[in-house]
Write a protein that binds this ligand. Structure first.
Ligand code: ADP
Ligand code: MG
Length: 694
C-alpha cells in the first residue's frame, strides 16, 4: 500500500464508504486518511472507576455493564432514556435526550462496554449524558495502550464509519503501508531531533506511549509550519528576484525643504527608522511591497508624507488612498498645511467633489501637474490616469478588498512602489508566519509627551457619575465622543439607537450651553464633513457617532471617549476607537459602558482594554479569545488550514521553522540542492499570497 493509493482499495472501505469519506471529510487516498489525525486518545491504563469519580474529572473512561433501562416522555416526540451503569465499584446513570432510539437498540445487558463522557453530580449521584459507548470487546486487544478517537459526522456514523471503525481501518492501513518518504531535509531533522515522517505518521494514530505521541505531534507540527514558511518565503524571494522596480536614488528639494523648514516636530526614532527602510526599498531596483504597522497615534501619516516626497524628488507622482471621505479629507488638510509654501500641487479626489472640479483634477493628474493626490475609492476608477505614478500609499489597508488595491498598481508601468499602513497590529506569532512574504516595518514608539489613555468599565447605574465627569471635562474646555455600535441589520434601526442616544445626551447637556454633533453612515459626505469640521473647530463639544469615526480621525482636544454597548465591539475595534483620544497633551479617558452580566469573552475583552493600551498585547489577547479564524486578512493566509500546529500555542515552532526556511533559501535560493522541496513548491497550492496582493 502506498499513501497515494485510492481509499477504496483499503480493507474495510469499499465503494460506498469511500464515497462517504470523500464527501464528508475530503478523504480520497490512503495518505488523506493518515492525515485525518485523532483529536483525542483513550488511555486504557488510566481508566476511571465509578468509586473515584471527581467533580473536576473532565473526561471519564469507564468499563462496565448496563441494566434497568427506562424511558420517560418529555412531550411530543421528546423522551429521556436512562440506564444504570455498574463497574464493580459503584453505579451511575447514563442519560440520553436525543438519539434515544439509537441508544436503546445498542444497549444490551451482559455486554461489557467502554463508556466515555463527562460525569456530573445530579441530586447527589453521578450521571453522564450522551456518553460515547461501545462494546469493550470491539475496542481491540491490548496491543495499543492509547486508542485513537477521530472526528466523524452523523452521516459517517450512519454508514458504519464511527470513530472506532475509522480506527480499525487506519490500523490495517498502517500494517500494510510501505515506508512513508521523508519530506524535511536530513540536517534539519537531525538538528531538531525530529521523529522521521514514517514513524510519526504511524505513532500519531497508535502511539506506544504518551512520550512517543508527543514526539510525533511535534514532528508533524514542525512539518506543517515548515511548508507554510516555505510557501511564504519562496514567494517573497521570487518577488525579490523577478519584480522590476523603479529606482529612486535622489533625495531632493521636496524632501529636504520639508524636512528642514516644515517638519512641525522632531521625528521619533521609529519614524526615522521606517523612512530609512522605505528609502532603501525604493532604490533597491525591486518593487517595494511594504506594510507599516503602527499603533494608533504613532504618526504614520507623517511617514507616508515623507515617503511621497521622496517619490516626487525622483520625478514621479504619489497618491494616498484612504477608506473613508472623512479620512481622505483630513489627510488632505494635513498635507496642505504641512506642505504650505513648498509649491507642491496637492489635490483631493473623492466621490463628492463636483464634476467640473473632478475633471480639472484628473486632467492635472494626467499631465503631471498634480504631484500628490489623496482620495478614496474614487482613485481607482477606470478614467483616472496618472502621468507617472511612482508610489501608492494605502491607509488602513484592511478596509480595502484585494481587487480594489490591485487596481491601483495597474495605473503605471513599471508598477509603483507600494506602502500599506495599518493600525491594526497583527499578533507577533502571526506576523512571524505571514511576513515571511511581506516586508514589514513597525512604528513601535509613540511621539513624546503622550499620556496613556485611562480606561474604565462602567454599567448603567453609574451613568450619572460618568456624565458628571464629562461635564467637568467639557467645562475645562475639552471635547468628548459617544460611540454607538452598529447592531441591527438595518441602518434605520441603528440610526434609531443613535438618535435615542443623542436625545439622552442632549438631556444631560442642554443647548445652548452645550452643542452636540452627530455623524453616522446615512449622512451625505458633505453632511459628515460639515459636522466633523464643527467638532474639530470646537464649535461643538460633544460628538455622537457610529463607528464611522473609527479610523484615523484626529481631534487632539477630545479627551473622553464613551463607548456605548462596549460588549458588542471586538477588541481591535475598541482599540481603534480608543485611539481617537489621547492625541493631545491632556490626560484622556475611555469609558466602556456595558450591560450588567457579560459573557466570558466579553468580560475578558473589557478587562484587556482596561489593563493595557499596547496594541500588540491587545492583538495577542484577541487572537487567544477568538482564534485566528476571525482575524482580518487571514482568510487566504493558510494558517487557518493548519491541522495540528497552532499559531497561538506553538510560537517556538513558528520561530524555528521561519529561521530554518530563511537559512535554507539563503544558501540554496533556487532549491537546486533540495529537489524534493523544489517539487513541493511546483505543486504548492498556496499561490495566492499576501505580498502579491497587499
Ligand atoms: P496614526 O499613526 O494613527 O495615523 P497620525 O499620523 O494621525 O497617527 O498622528 C497622530 C498625531 O501625532 C498627529 O496629530 C500628528 O501630527 C502627531 N505626530 C506625528 N508624529 C509626531 C512626532 N514625531 N512628534 C509629535 N507629534 C507627532
Ligand atoms: Mg492614520
Amino acid at each position: 500500500m502506498l499513501t497515494t493509493d485510492d481509499i477504496v482499495y483499503l480493507k474495510g472501505v469499499g465503494p460506498s464508504k469511500a464515497k462517504v469519506l470523500a464527501a464528508e471529510l475530503d478523504i480520497h487516498t490512503a495518505g488523506d486518511l493518515l492525515e485525518h489525525i485523532p483529536y483525542r486518545y483513550i488511555d486504557r491504563s488510566v481508566m476511571s472507576t465509578v468509586a473515584n469519580l471527581t467533580e473536576d474529572n473532565a473526561l471519564a473512561v469507564l468499563r462496565g455493564t448496563v441494566n434497568n433501562m427506562q424511558t420517560a416522555s418529555l412531550g411530543p416526540r421528546r423522551e429521556r432514556l436512562t440506564v444504570d451503569f455498574h463497574d464493580g465499584t459503584g453505579t451511575i446513570q447514563l442519560v440520553w435526550f436525543a438519539g434515544t432510539k439509537w441508544a436503546r437498540e445498542r444497549l444490551k445487558p451482559n455486554v461489557e462496554y467502554l463508556v466515555i463522557g463527562k460525569p456530573t453530580l445530579y441530586n447527589g449521584s453521578w450521571q453522564i449524558s450522551h456518553p460515547e459507548l461501545e462494546p469493550y470487546s470491539s475496542v481491540g486487544d491490548d496491543r495499543h495502550p492509547l486508542l485513537p478517537v477521530y472526528n466523524t459526522t452523523e452521516k459517517m456514523k450512519q454508514h458504519g464509519l464511527g470513530t472506532r471503525a475509522l480506527a480499525r481501518i487506519t490500523e490495517s492501513l498502517l500494517a500494510n503501508l510501505a515506508p512513508v518518504a521523508e519530506t524535511i531535509p536530513t540536517d534539519i531533522i537531525q538538528k531538531f531531533r525530529l521523529m522521521g515522517r514514517d514513524q510519526a505518521l504511524r505513532a500519531i494514530h497508535y502511539p506506544d506511549s504518551p512520550q512517543q505521541l508527543e514526539a510525533a505531534r511535534t514532528r508533524l507540527k514542525f512539518e506543517e509550519l515548515f511548508f507554510l514558511q516555505l510557501d511564504y518565503q519562496w514567494a517573497h524571494s521570487e518577488r525579490q528576484l523577478h519584480s522590476e522596480g523603479r529606482i529612486f536614488p535622489h533625495v531632493g528639494d521636496c524632501f529636504n525643504r520639508f524636512y528642514n523648514e516644515k517638519l512641525p516636530f522632531p521625528l521619533t526614532g521609529a519614524q526615522k527608522r521606517v523612512v530609512r527602510e522605505v528609502r532603501e526599498d525604493m532604490r533597491s531596483g525591486h518593487q517595494m511591497n511594504r506594510l507599516i504597522q503602527g499603533d494608533v497615534g504613532s504618526g504614520k501619516t507623517l511617514v507616508a508624507l515623507m515617503c511621497m516626497l521622496l517619490a516626487l524628488d525622483n520625478g514621479c507622482q504619489a497618491c494616498l488612498m484612504a477608506p473613508t471621505e472623512i479620512l481622505a479629507t483630513q489627510h488632505y488638510q494635513t498635507f496642505v498645511r504641512m506642505l504650505d509654501g513648498i509649491g507642491i500641487r496637492t489635490e483631493l479626489l473623492i466621490g463628492s467633489v463636483r464634476p467640473t472640479e473632478k475633471r480639472r483634477i484628473k486632467a492635472g493628474m494626467m499631465s503631471g501637474e498634480v504631484q500628490i493626490v489623496i482620495g478614496t475609492h474614487a482613485l481607482i476608477e477606470d478614467d483616472v490616469h496618472f502621468r507617472d505614478l511612482g508610489l501608492v500609499v494605502i491607509d488602513e489597508q484592511h478596509r480595502f478588498g484585494v481587487e480594489q488595491r490591485s487596481k491601483l498598481w495597474s495605473k503605471a508601468t513599471p508598477p509603483p512602489h507600494i506602502l500599506v499602513m495599518t493600525a491594526t497590529p497583527i499578533p507577533r506569532t502571526l506576523a512571524m508566519t505571514l511576513y515571511g512574504d511581506l516586508d514589514c516595518s513597525i512604528i513601535d514608539e509613540l511621539p513624546p509627551g503622550r499620556h496613556p489613555v485611562k480606561t474604565y468599565h462602567r454599567t448603567e447605574p453609574r451613568r450619572p457619575l460618568v456624565f458628571n465627569f464629562l461635564k467637568q471635562q467639557i467645562d475645562a474646555g475639552r471635547q468628548v465622543y459617544f460611540v454607538y455600535p452598529l447592531i441591527h441589520e438595518s441602518e434605520k434601526m441603528d440610526l434609531k439607537d443613535l438618535e435615542d442616544g443623542l436625545e439622552m445626551v442632549q438631556n444631560y447637556f442642554p443647548r445652548p450651553h452645550y452643542a452636540t454633533s452627530m455623524v453616522h453612515g446615512q449622512l451625505t459626505a458633505e453632511g459628515k464633513a460639515f459636522e466633523m469640521e464643527r467638532f474639530k473647530q470646537g464649535k461643538t463639544q460633544i460628538m455622537v457617532a457610529t463607528t464611522v469615526i473609527e479610523v484615523g480621525v484626529d481631534v487632539p482636544n477630545a479627551t473622553v471617549m464613551v463607548i456605548e454597548n462596549a460588549e458588542r465591539f471586538g477588541l481591535s475595534q475598541l482599540h481603534q476607537l480608543r485611539g481617537r483620544v489621547g492625541r493631545g497633551g491632556e490626560q484622556s479617558y475611555c469609558i466602556l459602558m456595558t450591560k450588567d452580566n457579560l459573557s466570558y469573552t466579553s468580560k475578558e475583552r473589557i478587562r484587556t482594554m482596561c489593563s493595557t493600551t499596547d496594541g500588540f498585547e491587545i492583538a495577542e489577547a484577541d487572537l487567544r479569545l477568538r482564534g485566528p479564524g476571525d482575524i482580518q486578512g487571514l482568510q487566504q493566509s493558510g494558517v487557518l488550514d493548519l491541522k495540528l500546529a497552532s499559531i497561538v500555542d506553538d510560537e517556538p515552532l513558528v520561530r524555528a521553522t521561519r529561521d530554518e526556511v530563511h537559512d535554507l533559501l539563503a544558501s540554496d535560493p533556487t532549491l537546486a540542492a533540495h529537489p524534493l522541496l523544489a517539487r513541493y513548491i511546483e505543486h504548492s497550492k498556496n499561490k495566492m499570497l499576501w505580498g502579491k496582493i497587499s
